[in-house]
Write a protein that binds this ligand. Sequence first.
Ligand code: PBG
Length: 326
Amino acid sequence: MRRNRSTRWVRRMTAETKLNVNDLLWPVFVTEGENVEQPIPSMPDVYRWSIDRLVERVAHAKELGIPAIAIFPHVESDKKTPDCDEAWNPDNVVCRAVREIKRQVPDIGVICDVALDPYNALGHDGLVYDGEILNDESVDALIQQSIVQAQAGCDIIAPSDMMDGRVGAIRAALDRAGYADVKIMSYAAKYASAFYGPFRDAIGSGGALTGDKATYQMNPANTDEALREVELDLQEGADMLMVKPGMPYLDIVHRVKQAFRAPTFVYQVSGEYAMLKAAAQQGWLDNDKVALESVLAFKRAGADGVLTYLAVEVAEQLNKGWYDRP
Ligand code: PBG
């Protein structure tokens, strides 16, 4: 077996999985103001940017060849309410960011998250009444949120809320409103994970969260349930799928891709990123090698692309020709 491992060129030649900048999707955080760059302590090198700064970073990502970005808002606490109406304000920070990116960086795909948590005084992805997360009322709210994002120019609507029936309802509403070309990337298999902690710091929803999300996000113990979720979302009209979190759920990525052969993406979430960066800062892991290896592992498992905070640094490595490391 060692003959095919003996030199760098033969290892490159016989590699089954090849990483490419097209595999990288980049999540970004946007906030109000001008010339703002706020660090997120639990996510080293990740910032909340005001729209002007964000546009510059998105232009850089486009130059690197990253095909699409995903926008998440940090919303001031006075705009977080129990009925979440800032989510469908056509001038909210997400809609303004989308319009500005589309104007200044037209050739990059824009993905918008659909869920109420950034706007919800209670931190949940759906509307809360008497301690319960309401399903159908939340779906109506998510439809309104999807429509303003489509109006702003969003290319891909990505519901991450895990309410039942929302993909079909959003598809029908987009079609009715004249947005038949807007795609839906469903977070079909999204687990109730503790790996989202740093993200909740980034969007400022963590402190507000009452209870947990276990009544709508999936139980980490389950895999068959992920296939049922995916099947329903595809029937309802999802164009692409997302599995989330990433590295602890590679078995799910593999099963979903094998079973449905649909475009399947995976989210290397904030907690996975924080673990890597914390260890790298201590000198306990080689940041660049682990970043590349982790993204490669998702592709090997069957993912068609990876939504990762490492997207820009991995793209920079790939552009240096380090695609065959380690
Ligand atoms: C919520 C949402 C979450 C993430 C993306 N969208 C967190 C949650 O479900 O509480 C997490 C992403 C990450 O951890 O990087 N709609």
